[in-house]
Structures are given as C-alpha cells and as structure tokens.
Design a binder for this molecule. Sequence first.
Ligand SMILES: Cc1ncc(COP(=O)(O)O)c(C=O)c1O
Length: 426
Amino acid sequence: MLTDLFDENAVRDLDAKFAGTCQREAFYIPQHGDEDQAYFVGNSLGLQPHAARAAVDDVMFKWQTEAVEGHFNGPTQWLTYHRLVRDQLAALVGALPHEVVAMNTLTVNLHLLMASFYQPVEGRAAILVEKGAFPTDTYAVRSQIEFHGFDASLNLIEVEPDENGWFPTEHIVAAIREHGSQLALVLWPGVQYRTGQVFDMAAIAAAAHEVGAMVGFDCAHSVGNVPMNLHDSDADFAVWCHYKYVNSGPGAVAGAFVHDRHASNPSLPRLAGWWGNRQDVRFLMGPQFEPSNGAEGWQLSNPPVLALAPLRASLELFSSVGIEALRDYSRSMTDYLFTLIDTHFSDHLESVTPRDFKERGCQVSVRILAGRAKGRELFEYLQSRGVLGDWREPDVIRISPAPLYNTHMDILKLARVLREWCDGQG
Ligand SMILES: Cc1ncc(COP(=O)(O)O)c(C=O)c1O
C-alpha cells in the first residue's frame, strides 16, 4: 500500500499497474463541469459502454431493412438472439451454458422460478430469508406463501443479523438446521445489498439440501462484481439483473439459472409460455408444451431483442478481461479505500462492509457516525463536488468502485472531498 495515500503520482502509478484490466476508455463517464465524475454507483446502475449503442443500432437497422425476415436471417437472427449472450453469461456466473438464460426482469424471474421450486405442503411451507432482505425478495416470498394458501406470518422465517449487521455462515447454517423440517425453500442473496457482504453459496445450499429444502439465490449484487460458481454451489436456481455491474442499461433484461439436475425434469411444475417450447416444435403451433432443455425452458415470450442488445456489448467486455482479473483490481481499489477510511476518516465514518476480502466485493458501505442529518449533508456535499455514491436510510452511503471503469484516482478524488468536508466539521 502507498506510504502517502494522497500522493497523486503514486496513485496514478497504481492505476497504471492495472491498465490492461480497467476498460474505462470503453465507457461513457458522466461529466461534472469539465471533469469526469467519480461515479461509484455501479451497484445501482452501471455506466454505458460505447458499444451498447452500436448493438442497439444493429437491431434497429435489421428491423428497418429486413422486417419480419430478421427473425430468421444471419447470425444475429432474433429467433436465437438470447443465445448470443448465453455462453458469456454462463462463464460470468460459473454455470453450464444450458443452465442460464437472459429473460424478463429479476422479480419476474424470481416468481417464475418459485412457481417451480417452491412447492409448500402442510408442515413444510416455510421460506427462510435474511432479515432486511431487499424489499422485492420479501414481497415476492410473502406473496408466494399467501398465493399457495399459507399464512405468511408463520411461514416467512427471517434470520437476524449479528451485532455488525452481518450473517456469518455458521449462523445461517444453524438457522436452516433449526427450522429444517418446516423449510420448503431458502432464498438468500449472493451479496447483501446494504452491507455488501458476500456469502458462501455452496455452504448455504448444502445446509438447505441437508434439511430437504430447495435453495435459490438473488444474485443482483454478485454478477459482474465477484467470481461466481453457480453450478458448483449446487443452487437449485438463481436470478439476477444486468443493469448494475453488468452495465446493460436501465431495466435491462435479467438472468436466470436452473441447475442441470432440473434441466429436463418433467415432474417440476412450471408456468409455461410458447418461447419455452422446444425450438424445433415451437412453430408447429401444437397444443402440447414440450419444454426446451435447461433454463431456456422457463422462457415465456419471444425475447425483447432491443433490450438484449446492450447486454451483448457489455458481456464482450467481461470476456475480454475476465472476472478474476477484475476481482484482483477491485481488491486493490477497495483495500485503498478501506485504508483511507481507517487512517484518515475514522472519526467520522465506519465501514458496515466486512473487512475480510473473502466476504466483500467492490461495494464499501460507510455509516456516518454523526447520524442521518450529517450523513445527508455529506452525501450532498460529495455530489456537489462530482463524487457520486448512493444513499441508504438511515445513515449509510454506498461506494462501489466498479473495476471495469473506476480507478484509484476516482477514490483519491473521493478522499480529497471527504477531507474537505471533515476539516469543515471542526
Ligand atoms: C437484491 C436486489 N434484488 C432485486 C432488485 C430489483 O429487482 P428488479 O430488477 O426486479 O426491479 C434489486 C435492485 O436494486 C436488488 O438490489
């Protein structure tokens, strides 16, 4: 680590070490006056890759010139457009190609997969989640429990965090064992959205299976952030979005994973649509649903090709660098940020993100010790100086240096503005 954390030349040298990994020049960086903004909000909406527009334009041109024929012409034909992202997506999440599909949006996929993997019966109808889960997860599981005619106040089991707001693996496993005989499903995040804690999905999946429950993961904050091994984790299913670290634009088409052991399991119930039908029989327009093998069998509608186009462009960037190299670079940036907080700002801020590198990705959430009002003041001060994090009630600012486009220099900019603000606090 640097001897002087504010030494601009040393920070530039550190960035130079990762020049082959960071793809900043492939992105539009929002401007603040005539400077690049220090944009740390990839945990919410990732930046636009230059290539995204060209990918969308290609679809527009194909539509303009080929109209309906575009479904069947050439390598980017729309009939199989979702397959253009399949292999790179599978590599990013650590899955076999037929285990993943890009479709719908995250919450829709969560419901669709719970329709298959949440099969409550009297005495085993409960779903276990983390207390303080992202609201859509809580709403979705509660509504699923009620949809099946069970009482959500009895069947939604929320695991309490420890005094740091974290969920140690042994704590999660103990909760699964404690409620084991009641559990139909464990739904857990890959990375917790508020604290940035990274979970051991394999350990959670093993504990859930041991008690006879299914297990699914909401990987909204994992994908594009940390290396994932969905297949080896043995999860039954997973869902995620692509507008955060995968930089595919607001409301981007989401992702879903169904483990290979369920790829062609006829006993699994599912909500079917014609696009999930096998491609070779789909256009026979028969009455019988014959699901495609694997995750594609859960598709409902023909894919929103225009919305899928930016994902193609974005996945190219991940493939060109590799998530492991991005993880190393991310570690360097977050280590720098943690050291700054510890050595210069600990009178004003504390991290609510676990310090252990294995338990965090690129998100560092900081609590403002003086409380909400001062926290808002700091958040707005940062914004006015071209440093963008995001605010989480009641007193947390999330800072997420995304290794595809952020730099140590962005963090230095944050540190300088923080220092100005702290100096002004007396
Ligand atoms: C953990 C988590 N799940 C789900 C969502 C959003 O779901 P959707 O894409 O369906 O709006 C978010 C959005 O920030 C999230 O952080």
